[in-house]
Design a protein around this ligand. Structure first.
Ligand code: 5AD
Length: 286
């Protein structure tokens, strides 16, 4: 059993080895001694691990590190427009915390979260891009009552959603799904040269290897891929009215036996750079 579960750490280990030079690159950057100060509101881009921000960080001009509660942000410019990269770290708690801190400290005009994911459809291959039309929290569920000894069945469930601030009602309410900002979505749909699928990203603090459960989530909620950050970042952006979109690359897909490929993380970053360029040119500096 132990042997079987130790494999769960292999993806992270493989990513860290793949991104060793990015870790060193980030460590070599100057650390800002003052508060972030920018005339234009920056675009915030999140990625959980070094392997998921290496391309982005290297694309920045004049990169400078900012630290908040030990989380790392790299600020610079891309196409002469301010951009802040947030290394969110993995899992929903870190993703939410880094985003909330960033909204307060950098006042971003828009937020893009991106990274790797596991495919839920057998036609999805490593390197394919998922445009997150919406996201759901697949771990926020209430299961149906089952008596002692009746067995475990997660398919008898109610999706709860998250507690999201509703400006009109001035209170936090349940929200079952977070939809992408329509402007960012339209721009993302118009990017060529990538294999793209639009759909629902499923976020949870977990890595699901049960194909029946994967198929259930796909059939019931239309989830096309799973990962651990998108919906948490979307939630914070929703709370604050900041435009958001999640972009993912398929890095593994148990429904067609595709094992984890850390280098796929670069495809999502390249896609996001194309999206950011369009957003700057067609929306922000117009
Ligand atoms: N399930 C869950 N998270 C995944 N990730 C990549 N593939 C998967 C998967 N199949 C991403 C998560 C997290 C890290 C483990 O990689 O978003 O950051």
């Amino acid at each position: 059993l132990l042997k079987k579960f130790s494999a769960e750490l292999e993806e992270e280990k493989a990513s860290a080895i793949f991104a060793k030079d990015t870790e060193e690159f980030i460590a070599s950057l100057p650390v800002s001694k003052s508060k972030y100060d920018s005339r234009q509101r920056p675009i915030l881009i999140g990625g959980a691990m070094n392997s998921e921000i290496g391309v982005l960080v290297r694309a920045l001009k004049n990169p400078v590190i900012y630290k908040q509660l030990n989380y790392i942000y790299i600020a610079g410019t891309y196409k002469d427009y301010p951009v802040v990269i947030s290394r969110t770290e993995e899992f929903q708690t870190n993703a939410a915390a880094t985003t909330a801190l960033a909204l307060v400290n950098f006042n971003p005009v828009a937020v893009i979260n991106q990274g790797t994911s596991g495919g839920y459809i057998s036609t999805l291959k490593p390197g394919d891009i998922i445009i997150g039309e919406r996201s759901i929290n697949t771990s926020a569920i209430k299961t149906e009552y089952r008596a002692k000894g009746a067995g475990i069945d997660f398919t008898q469930q109610l999706l709860l959603g998250d507690r999201v601030y509703n400006k009109d009602a001035d209170k936090f309410e349940f929200c079952k799904e977070m939809t992408a900002d329509s402007t960012l979505l339209k721009l993302a749909e118009n990017i060529s040269d990538f294999n793209v699928v639009k759909g629902t990203i499923g976020t949870a603090d977990g890595w699901n290897n049960q194909i029946d459960y994967i198929n259930f989530l796909n059939e019931k909620y239309g989830v096309v891929c799973e990962e651990m950050e998108t919906n948490a970042v979307a939630n914070i952006c929703y709370n604050s009215g900041v435009p958001f979109i999640g972009i993912r690359v398929i890095s593994n897909n148990i429904t067609n036996d595709s094992t984890f490929q850390p280098q796929s993380a670069e495809v999502a970053q390249k896609f996001v750079l194309a999206l950011v360029e369009k957003y700057i040119q067609e929306v922000l500096i117009k």
